[in-house]
Ligand binder design. Structure first.
Ligand code: GAL
Length: 380
């Protein structure tokens, strides 16, 4: 299968960690529909680690933990599907998952068949306990081949945290997305570290093989399994805008059964989602503002993305601890004065429209903040 756009959905890990069960999954499925998440494009509901029995069944197959999932996994999958959602699960390239449940090493084909029989549409595949004598590339390809031959379309989500040059070999394994970082935590420091670390790796992402910067922490506010200090709404907006710009999958990690209005407004912003999901699938570019390119570890930077309809998405990001003044020059965007064209900037967070009368637009961006525009090319 070909995955044209970064997958969108919800994953259980950030909030629930090991405390996952049928009730939590079903009520989260309800919430995805009732809160408008499905309608906005969040279609995958993914159960992460800790869902199975500690040992395989006598027939060598994985079995759901009967205390957590008393009606079995097919029942859960059917319920998720009945809501119009797609169903995702988790396994690992090693013999054990990260939380020491059985992994799929040497069981790739039987597990792919089990997942297909349950109606799984998405598989997150971790890298803990992988045998050191085997190359990661080969372990992921084993499962990639098994999934491609299991008789069901299953999105394959590799999770080797960016180690051993993941970005170079993952596209050849059958993975549709690859985790490029260690685990995110609900803190500004974690968001900033991932964002800065991934700027230079933009060139490795593409449709059908997206750079997965890890699940979103938007709306966690310091609560749940991946919680640390929590963040402000301004920081969550910047986080969401960056992940959208950099074509990361948008997998929500907060407790969607209890979202604040501010959280909903961020996660459901249709114009930010549209930048992430744009049909042209072009990667972001960095607009010259005195920086020296992708490898410049600047704390403030300006990103652009040429959209399918000819618009240009422009994001001014300030990850520093103080406010700063940032600018966009039409010349540096590729829109030289001689073209007789300028831009109308539509602010996707405030709704404000600004006509660029000068070649340079500049504005203040608060600490940890951003301004994101969808710019229309118009005659001067
Ligand atoms: C980590 C992975 C997390 C989560 C966890 C489960 O390796 O990066 O996203 O899946 O394992 O144990």
């Amino acid at each position: 299968m070909f995955v044209q756009k970064p997958p969108m959905g919800w994953n259980s890990w950030n909030t629930f960690g090991p405390d996952i069960n049928e009730e939590v999954v079903m009520r989260s499925a309800d919430a995805m529909v009732e809160n408008g998440l499905l309608a906005a494009g969040y279609e995958y509901l993914v159960i992460d680690d800790c869902w199975s029995k500690r040992v395989r069944g006598a027939d060598g197959r994985l079995e759901a933990d009967p205390e957590k999932f008393p009606h079995g996994m097919k029942h859960v999958a059917d319920y998720v599907h009945s809501k119009g959602l797609k169903f995702g699960m988790y396994s690992c390239a090693g013999p054990l998952t990260c939380a020491r449940y059985p992994g799929s090493f040497d069981h790739e084909f039987v597990d792919a068949a089990t997942f297909a029989a349950w109606g799984v549409d998405y598989l997150k595949y971790d890298y803990c306990f992988h045998p050191s004598t085997r190359r990661g590339e080969d372990l992921y390809r084993r499962m990639g081949i098994a999934l491609a031959n299991c008789g069901r379309d299953i999105v394959f989500s590799g999770c080797s945290w960016g180690v051993e040059d993941t970005k170079v070999w993952m596209p050849g394994t059958g993975c549709h997305l690859w985790r490029s970082t260690g685990d995110i935590h609900d803190s500004w420091a974690s968001i900033k570290m991932i964002a800065q670390g991934q700027l230079a790796d933009q060139i490795y992402g593409r449709p059908n093989c997206f750079n997965d910067m890890d699940m979103l922490v938007v709306g966690m506010y310091g609560k749940g399994h991946a919680a640390l200090t929590g963040c402000t709404d301004e920081e969550y907006r910047t986080h969401f805008s960056l992940w959208a710009f950099l074509s990361s999958p948008l997998m929500i990690g907060c407790d969607i059964r209890n979202m604040s209005e501010a959280t909903r407004a961020i996660l459901l912003n249709p114009e930010v989602i549209a930048i992430n999901q744009d049909g042209a699938g072009r990667m972001a570019f960095r607009i010259y503002d005195g920086n020296t390119g992708w490898n410049d570890p600047a704390q403030s930077f300006v990103l652009g993305r040429l959209m399918e309809n000819g618009d240009i998405a422009i994001g001014l990001f300030n990850l520093a601890d103080g406010a700063c003044c940032q600018h966009v020059s039409t010349e540096n965007l590729g829109l030289a004065v001689g073209t007789g064209r300028t831009l109308v900037l539509h602010d996707v967070w405030s709704g404000e429209d600004i006509v660029m009368n000068n070649e340079i637009f500049q504005c203040d961006v608060p600490a940890h903040g951003c301004r994101v525009f969808r710019a229309k090319v118009v005659e001067c």
